[in-house]
Design a protein around this ligand. Structure first.
Ligand code: SAM
Length: 311
């Protein structure tokens, strides 16, 4: 609660490298200083701020991750969590009304909503890309496509050590339109952005690696299936696919907890998206001509399926 309020008010960004009293910070933020000081002390009590002689400054963690002027800013994750938690409180309502009470429609989102959502995803994308680079041997990868990659920043993290890998982002038109600006903020002007709908057709290119993260789970079953069939068609023979996300459940639907409970969140956000079972993912991948299917759990609790297109 305190962290969220601090981010909403822009406290960490305003403080930057300086130290300010509650009075001066209140004046800058246009909030009443006495009331603000309760929040500042709460943030200091958990180490996000430091206080000395009535002056508040960012602690090391806040300075690195909560100051929006820094490239290491992680505040976007918190904005995303805020949206998810807000939606989660509506679960009973979504069930009563038999429709998502906090509907999020990717294909109908206007340009501003698409840009805001992509910005929320951007910092987490870099982290995930780095994680993927540790899982997958990139030495033989010359080209990669991130399908439904939102801002495309997974490609930024993935290519940190191998910038020579040619990268393509494939996205729905409204999301594709905002991606180049975000990518350029991350110094990734060389990513090719292709408009497309993966449930309808594959990319125009063929790649050594195709990534599909947190995409299958936002789609209804028939489109989830076609997204995997078309993603496989984006691969060169022998190419690898990485299908990832939290929206996966075991066949008994009792675990992992991330997938089981996100399935409730999906009730509130999507008309038809859901956490599909491992069996469903495996059946769709097999139908797509993918072999050597493996499933692993990443450190962030998400599931990663890997497979190769038959030569
Ligand atoms: C939950 S977001 C995940 C974004 C990104 N992969 C990540 O993990 O940060 C789902 C993304 O899938 C994209 N998407 C949904 N349906 C799609 C489709 N039919 N074709 C291509 N992209 C799609 C959305 O525009 C959105 O950016």
């Amino acid at each position: 609660m305190a962290l969220r309020a601090g981010l909403d008010l822009g406290i960490f960004t305003r403080l930057g490298g300086s130290a300010l009293t509650a009075d001066s910070l209140g004046a800058v933020l246009k909030v009443e200083p006495d009331r603000l000081s309760r929040l500042l002390y709460a943030l200091a009590s958990i180490g996000l701020l430091e206080v000395k002689d009535g002056q508040f400054r960012n602690g090391a963690e806040a300075s690195a991750f909560l100051d929006a002027s820094k490239p290491t800013y992680r505040g976007g994750d918190h904005a995303l969590l805020r949206e998810i938690w807000g939606a989660d409180l509506l679960t009973a309502e979504s069930l009563r009304q038999n429709r998502p009470a906090a509907l999020h429609d990717f294909s109908e989102a206007g340009p501003e909503a698409a840009a805001a959502f992509s910005r929320m995803l951007a910092p987490g994308g870099v982290i995930f890309g780095r994680q993927l680079a540790q899982e997958i041997d990139l030495s033989a990868i010359g080209s990669v496509i991130d399908i439904g990659g939102g801002p495309g920043t997974i490609l930024v993290g993935l290519r940190e050590r191998r910038p020579q890998i040619a990268a393509t982002l494939m996205e729905l038109p409204t999301v594709a339109a905002v991606a180049p600006d975000i990518l350029s903020e991350y110094g990734a002007n060389d990513v090719v952005v292709e408009e497309g709908n993966i449930t309808v057709a594959p990319s125009i290119g063929r790649y050594d690696l195709a990534i599909l993260k947190a995409v299958v789970q936002v789609l209804p079953p028939d489109q989830a299936r076609s997204s995997i069939l078309n993603a496989a068609r984006c691969l060169k023979p022998g190419g690898e696919i990485a299908i990832a996300g939290w929206g996966v459940v075991d066949d008994d639907r009792l675990g992992p907890p991330e997938g089981v409970f996100l399935n409730l969140t999906f009730l509130n956000l999507y008309r038809h998206g859901e956490s599909y079972t491992e069996g469903q993912y495996r059946a769709w991948m097999t139908e797509a001509g993918l072999r050597d299917i493996s499933r692993s759990r990443l450190t962030d609790g998400s599931t990663l399926f890997r497979a190769r297109l038959t030569d």
